[in-house]
Design a protein around this ligand. Structure first.
Ligand code: ZN
Length: 259
């Protein structure tokens, strides 16, 4: 089964920068990936009744996760006071980057299983690991963020979300999230929690949560549709089809989206 970001690769220069700017993470990531790949094989095995066997506790996954968190703290990607949700988001970007250096897709599948499908459980585990690291972590208010490191793992360009009949997509990439893989959240911040429980096609390019106000809902008038250009923000008009392709009259930027 093809994986949504299977072909994502970074060049040798990016790998070199990663080694230079994030040496502790560069040392901690292989073990993290190794334990996640084993955990993925473990949950993929079915018992005689066809149910997943579950994960053995002695796989070293939590230990490896703790070491990655410590490395990230020491390398100033985040501080000990980082909000758990944004911390998990940084972990996701880190795993995506490490994958793009040619590492195992199985590790990414486990990351997705653990962090998207079991959000409250995994976020609680991360919170506990961070609390246990509090005494040895650098003091938050003395930490200067590692801008180069953050830029290296950051996704560029940032996704430009739009709503369609059957899901949420990004105008600038092939990311598309089906309705059944999302849960509507109507709390202080409303939006969609991304859990991939229907498709299990964990697309690590997608965040765990997308704010409603970051998602454009197209205006539809009879057979016409009005959508914003993801490059310059210009309102563009097109014919209503299930799949539309638009070239912006202002900046000549091109994109496609579903309706
Ligand atoms: Zn434009």
């Amino acid at each position: 089964m093809p994986y949504p970001f299977e072909h994502l690769r970074s060049d040798a220069q990016q790998a070199k920068l990663f080694r230079e700017k994030l040496p502790q993470l560069n040392a901690a990531m292989p073990e993290f990936f190794r334990t996640m790949a084993i955990a993925q094989h473990s949950i993929a095995q079915k018992n005689m009744f066809g149910n997943p066997q579950g994960i053995r506790q002695d796989l070293g996954f939590e230990t490896a996760l703790r070491l990655v968190l410590m490395a990230g703290l020491n390398e100033r990607l985040f501080t000990i006071n980082e909000d758990t949700k944004s911390l998990v988001n940084l972990l996701r970007l880190l795993v995506l980057k490490w994958y793009s250096f040619g590492n195992q897709v199985d590790a990414c599948l486990y990351f997705g299983h653990y962090f998207y499908a079991f959000q409250s459980h995994s976020q609680y585990a991360v919170k506990l690991l961070m609390e246990q690291s509090r005494l040895v972590a650098p003091e938050a208010d003395k930490v200067v963020p590692n801008k180069e490191g953050l830029a290296l793992i950051g996704m560029s360009p940032e996704p430009r979300w739009y709503k369609s009949v059957d899901g949420v997509g990004d105008k600038l990439s092939t990311i598309f999230l089906e309705i059944a893989d999302l849960a509507t959240v109507d709390a202080q911040v409303s939006g969609f929690q991304v859990h991939f429980k229907k498709s299990n096609q964990y697309d690590l390019r997608a965040p765990l949560f997308i704010r409603a106000d970051a998602i454009e809902v197209p205006e539809v008038l009879n057979d016409k549709v009005i959508v914003r250009c993801p490059h310059c923000g210009q309102k563009c008009r097109g014919h209503y089809f299930r799949h539309i392709e638009i070239t912006c009259p202002k900046c000549q930027g091109h994109w496609s989206q579903r309706m």
